[in-house]
Design a protein around this ligand. Sequence first.
Ligand code: HEC
Length: 360
Amino acid sequence: MRLRLGAKFTLILSLVFICGILASWVAFSSLLQEHAEREMTARASALIETMNSVRHYTTTQINPLLQDELAASPEFISETVPAYSAREVFEQLRTHPEYAEFFYKEASDNPTNPRDLADSFEGALLAQFREQPDQTLLSGFTQRGGVEVYYNARPLRVSAESCLSCHSSPETAPESLLTTYGLDSGFGWNVGDTIAAQIIYVPAAEVIGNAQSWVTLTMVVVIVIFAVVLLLMNFLLRRMVIKPIEKIATTARKISEDVNWTPDAADVVTVGKMAERSDEIGETAQVFAKMTREVYDREQKLKQEVRRLEIQIDHAKREREVKQITETDYFQQLQSKAKNMRDQQETKSLQEGDLRPNEG
Ligand code: HEC
């Protein structure tokens, strides 16, 4: 395939750019996906910390305040429970559209409220937190109710003796708690036990969609930059390389075809001006200009030489023609005839002289 320099360059650059765009798409996709996950983890962490602060507030400030009422009241006072306040605050948060899709759960394998019972997936997370006490965060994607979700889980430990007033055994728990929640579950906890996994679920679409829109935006920017670079390179290549080369080539062609060219011809002068450039094109133009001068000088010399030779040839030709004439028989005869006549003339005049003795 025969391609012009510009087309070749465009083709190569386009190929490079397409590869570059694909490579950056792959790189950005995973990078931005990672970034989106990290950002979601940071948000979830902040939320869990907030929930823990709410829990702490309830434990240290609300619970002591309502201690006496709780003991006396026949009805359980939910406001004394840290888990309750955390859940209530989170429900309030979910009324905000940005958090409507978030879901918070304190999943336990021995819960006070059966609603908090850990399913098999949450049970596995809890088991992992128990096996690895250093593990403070587990996150990733999972299916939940047929929907792909991103989860962020942290271990929840029994942090204070005060928790045990409700969670150690039915005997020490308030009457009203037993009547509301029963005796079967939510007891037998000890300080330091990991009794639940605090989990925040977010629809995966939210995380992936977020990453996707970043990837799209980034790719648009990359493609625009690539396109601008491609156009600019093409323009500069045409202006700085192709055009000058074409000029030199057409000038060379003209010189080779036109017998009467001179170094003052407009084309030759233009190329000569290019020699002022300090780059490779300038060097080429310099060499070209030098070459044209030398070619011109040589041509002039050759012309002179030819003229001289022509004159010489003319001389030689004339001589040869003269020789040819003088060598013909007719000329020879003429010559010998002329000689005879001259000889006769001489003898005649000699004889006449003899006849006139002692004269003068
Ligand atoms: C006044 C009694 C009381 C105290 C004190 C208390 N809890 Fe609870 N806890 C409950 C009740 C009742 C529930 C169930 C609330 C609900 O309906 O969601 C509960 C729920 C929980 C849950 C959610 C899982 C489950 O069992 O349903 C966790 C985890 C938990 N409590 C941990 C703690 C910790 C840790 C402390 C100490 C900082 C504490 N609780 C102090 C009564 C108490």
